[in-house]
Write a protein that binds this ligand. Structure first.
Ligand SMILES: Nc1ncnc2c1ncn2[C@@H]1O[C@H](COP(=O)(O)OP(=O)(O)OP(=O)(O)O)[C@@H](O)[C@H]1O
Ligand SMILES: [Mg+2]
Length: 111
């Protein structure tokens, strides 16, 4: 496989209130394409308790980004920097490899 053919799928689950900042930071560095999905979930702390009320699933935003392998690390760093508050629940980033990608309009293979 050629170096340029290796692609990664980044799934970043972040705070909804950080989504615009993350998207803007990525765009500034030339990474403009993404899919945004509103999700609910929980991490290690199993949600959050505020007073007597337990919220066992919290609203998050999942950004899906397909990137060329050589950009993967930079994109992860941009997301981490923009999404971090330092408190529990800042989110997760999951990476997996993409076997193939196609542009429907042209039929071209790749991103
Ligand atoms: N192991 C996991 N599998 C799938 N989704 C996860 C997992 N861990 C976290 N998530 C998703 O990420 C969101 C944010 O998780 P969160 O930041 O609380 O992770 P954490 O591992 O508990 O880290 P922290 O200790 O900083 O809170 C969750 O609401 C959930 O949607
Ligand atoms: Mg957590």
């Amino acid at each position: 496989m050629l170096k340029g053919d290796i692609m990664q799928l980044i799934r970043a689950i972040i705070r909804p209130e950080k989504a615009e900042e993350v998207i803007d930071s990525l765009d500034e560095k030339g990474f403009s394409a993404f899919t945004r999905i509103d999700v609910f979930g929980r991490g290690k702390q199993k949600g959050i308790q505020i007073g007597p009320t337990v919220y066992d699933e919290l609203a998050k935003v999942m950004l899906l980004m397909a990137v060329n392998d050589e950009d993967n690390e930079e994109v992860i760093e941009i997301i981490e920097e923009a999404a971090r508050t330092g408190s529990f629940g800042d989110g997760k980033i999951f990476i997996s490899s993409i076997d193939e990608a196609y542009t429907i309009r042209t039929g071209e293979k790749g991103l």
